[in-house]
Design a protein around this ligand. Structure first.
Ligand code: GDD
Ligand code: MN
Length: 366
């Protein structure tokens, strides 16, 4: 049987889930495309629990399983794209590796595509007949509903679950769009729908969204934000790159923090200008580190005390160069009689260019 279907499993700490899931997939596909009409592509982002090692173990005895281990990269969307590019199968599916997506839908999706009944088959958590076993937070369900409505407006495609992480399409179609996909975050399906030159014909399959088998979810509260970033990327992203725009926005908020500190200390003459300005730089810098880690680099977020501390120190260190130039320029201008607020602004502008260049490479570059 020639290779027909590739199933991409993006993984981040899913070691225990992999083996049983591949077994389930094999059982479902056997009657349809036999033992070798399909392959599994595990795209692992250097999990710390040994998922890649487990993937290699499975692949050693089962040639239908392949593993791509990515180092220094992160993200569900870009992992899916990696998979599109790595298979020779004419059809490709993406599904979660944690057993929340039922493999039983695969045969019907495949036959709908083969029969040219649709361009893309989507497993929907909100279609008629679907159910949800385990929604960690009702708040997330509400956000999900809002994001869905916005997505429907943008893509012009009527469907119940444009954020689904479980879908199947022709590999050639995915590849054709790949150069224009943003690949940020986890909204790969939305990305495909919004990128296609002609609206994709969608066919939905009601999904019983099961509870995760092992481990925990990697997607968090920044989920709605992630979606807004995707919207920006699809609209203005080609003018100013999304990451840079985010960094700039965070920087803008940092400026407000900066002025708040400066305004509180300097005009009242409770401190000399350079002291007040330096303190403002320090506070704004810490604030920017925190917010950039939370939003701008949410896909590469540093977590845990040690990583955060290292990141913060790294951020401060890379900013030190910029901070130094910032203080020097501002102090010089102020001493030349330039109004304090303007002097500060000039310092901040020069400093932030450095900060972006260095921190994108050394703090979140990995
Ligand atoms: N390679 C890689 N890189 N895989 C990742 C990453 C990453 O950065 N982040 C998550 N994954 C993998 C997980 O290991 C899992 O197999 C799958 O992607 C889904 O991640 P979960 O952490 O289980 O997501 P969820 O269950 O909270 O979110 C579900 O709902 C979203 C919409 O609200 C998923 O079905 C998503 O696909 C869906 O978009
Ligand atoms: Mn999950």
């Amino acid at each position: 049987m020639p290779l027909e279907l590739a199933i991409i499993l993006p993984t981040l700490n899913e070691r225990g889930n992999l083996g049983p899931l591949i077994q389930r997939i094999a059982d479902v596909l056997r009657p349809v495309i036999g033992e070798d009409g399909w392959e599994i592509l595990i795209v692992d982002d250097n999990s710390t629990d040994g998922t890649a090692e487990e993937g290699r173990n499975l692949a050693r005895t089962d040639r239908r399983v392949r593993i791509i281990q990515r180092i220094g990269r992160r993200g569900l969307s870009s992992a899916a794209i990696e998979g599109f590019c790595a298979t020779a199968a004419p059809f490709v599916a993406v599904m979660d590796a944690d057993h929340q997506h039922d493999p039983a839908l695969l045969p019907d999706m495949l036959s709908a595509l083969k029969g040219d009944e649709a361009d893309i088959c989507v497993a929907s958590r909100f279609a008629e007949g679907a159910s949800t076993e385990d929604w960690a937070e009702p708040e997330r369900q509400r956000l999900s509903g809002m994001a869905n409505r916005a997505a429907r407006l943008i893509t012009g495609v009527k469907m119940s679950d444009p954020m689904s992480g479980y879908f199947m399409l022709r590999t050639s179609q995915a590849l054709e769009m790949t150069p224009r996909l943003s690949g940020i975050g986890f909204k790969i399906l939305f990305d495909l729908l919004a990128t296609s030159a002609t609206p994709l014909r969608v066919r939905e399959f009601p999904l019983n969204f099961a509870a995760r088998r092992e481990g925990e979810s990697k997607l968090d509260r920044a989920i709605l934000f992630d979606f807004l970033a995707a919207l920006y990327d699809k609209t203005l992203g080609h003018v100013i790159p999304t990451r840079f725009a985010l960094f700039g926005t965070v920087g803008g908020l940092g400026v407000i923090v900066h002025y708040a500190v400066l305004g509180a200390l300097f005009p009242g003459m409770t401190a000399t200008f350079w002291k007040a300005h330096t303190l403002a730089v320090l506070i704004a810098m810490s604030f920017n580190f925190w917010l950039n880690n939370w939003l701008t680099y949410r896909d590469k977020r540093l977590k845990g005390f040690a990583a955060l501390l290292r990141g913060w120190v790294g951020f401060c260190a890379t900013c030190a160069v910029g901070g130094f130039a910032n203080v020097a320029v501002a102090t010089l201008l102020e001493s030349q009689g330039v109004f304090w607020a303007l002097a500060a602004l000039a310092g901040i502008l020069i400093g932030s260019v450095w900060n972006y260049a260095l921190s994108s490479r050394f703090v979140w570059g990995r």
